[in-house]
Design a protein around this ligand. Structure first.
Ligand code: KG4
Ligand code: ZN
Length: 338
């Protein structure tokens, strides 16, 4: 089954063709980051308009690169949530109209399920069950994954998501948008031992997270040195170390609690090299298995949507006539494919 995947939940227009027999045939991404950088964050209306502007051209290119024609597609999968309502609608409507015209099925995909299953696009792919650390701009969750749609939430953030904390701290340090990659870059030039930032909740009995205290500590440190530009790289490095430390400690606790040794990390923050290195070291030490998507499939992309959609479409699941998007949509609400 050949599935066209469409991702438009935020500020990237992602397209891909995934074949359940041959794997990923093509993928394409257009990032609107430069447009939003001027405003210091994503402007929803601009995001929606730009998805509409880019979609036809990207789809044509992506299908051509897959070496097929449009009428060889068997189904269309589009991100139906969570995300920005207007942006989601652009991809949902485009995908549904295309499917309708081609006389094929369509399915709305849960964006976080897309992220969570993205490491399965790699070789070796993780096998169920595993513990997944889902870290993005809006989510910081530990999830026990027993199969597609079989998710048990083990831990969640009580305030900011870790990606959000990276973004807000970067903005405060004047590093611009998108903040996570900018902060990580500054961190490579600084000393991670320069500031001793807190690691909130690492000693709590549960698997929940809190990042707003760490963000505030970084802001306070910057104010204390009178916003001295020479301190930026050190604050960035110390913040990054504290953030990835917290994530690694909670991952280890989750594996212990569930008596498992397979860890999957996905979502935009999984692209953080310090996090990848630290988890690699920790998993090596305990003889566990660690899986990440390749860097470009950590952040938003069409491949993860085509892939997650295909796993459900091939099982016979598809959407009804009404085009529905769910800007808020909990991963716990997901069920196995029908
Ligand atoms: O998954 P994603 O592309 O979009 C959402 O679903 O939210 O994740 C975006 C988040 C942003 O907060 C961004 O700053 C963060 O991932 N991010 C990073 C890095 N690359 C992206 N955070 C830390 N280090 C990075 N290298
Ligand atoms: Zn995402």
């Amino acid at each position: 089954m050949k599935v066209l995947g469409i991702e438009t939940s935020c500020d990237e227009t992602g397209l891909a063709v995934y074949d359940t027999e041959r794997g990923l045939l093509s993928h394409m991404l257009y990032s609107q980051a430069k447009i939003h950088a001027e405003y210091g964050g994503v402007v929803p209306e601009i995001a929606s308009r730009d998805h509409v502007r880019k979609w036809v051209n990207l789809t044509e290119k992506c299908v051509a690169e897959a070496g097929i024609s449009l009428d060889e597609l068997d189904a269309v999968a589009y991100t139906a949530g969570p995300g920005l309502a207007g942006a989601l609608f652009t991809g949902a409507v485009a995908g549904r109209v295309l499917a309708w015209t081609l006389g094929i099925k369509a399915l709305g995909v849960h964006h976080m399920e897309g992220h969570l299953l993205a490491p399965m696009l790699e070789t070796p792919a993780p096998a169920f069950p595993f513990v997944c650390l889902l870290v993005s701009g809006g989510h910081t969750q530990l999830v026990k994954v027993d199969g597609v749609g079989r998710y048990t939430l083990l831990g969640d953030t009580l305030d900011d998501a870790v990606g959000e904390a990276f973004d807000k701290t970067a903005k405060m340090l004047g590093l611009g948008y998108p903040g996570g990659p900018a902060l990580a870059k500054a961190a490579t030039r600084g000393s991670d031992a320069a500031f001793a930032f807190p690691r909130p909740m690492v000693r709590s009995d549960d698997l929940n997270f809190s990042f707003s205290g760490l963000k505030t500590a970084a802001i306070t440190a910057f104010e204390k040195v009178n916003r001295d530009p020479a301190s930026i790289d050190d604050i960035a490095a110390s913040f990054e170390l504290a953030a990835v430390d917290i994530l690694a400690i909670k991952c280890q606790k989750a594996l212990q609690q569930e008596n498992m040794n397979s860890l999957v990390v996905a979502g935009g923050v999984a692209a953080n090299l310090k996090l990848r290195a630290l988890l690699d070291q920790k998993m090596n030490a305990i003889g566990g298995d660690l899986f990440f998507p390749r860097l470009e499939f950590c952040t938003d992309n069409g491949a993860m949507i085509a892939h997650a959609g295909a796993l459900r479409l091939v099982a016979g699941e598809y959407a009804g006539d009404e085009v529905v998007v769910q800007p808020r949509w909990s991963l716990s609400a997901m069920t196995p494919p029908i």
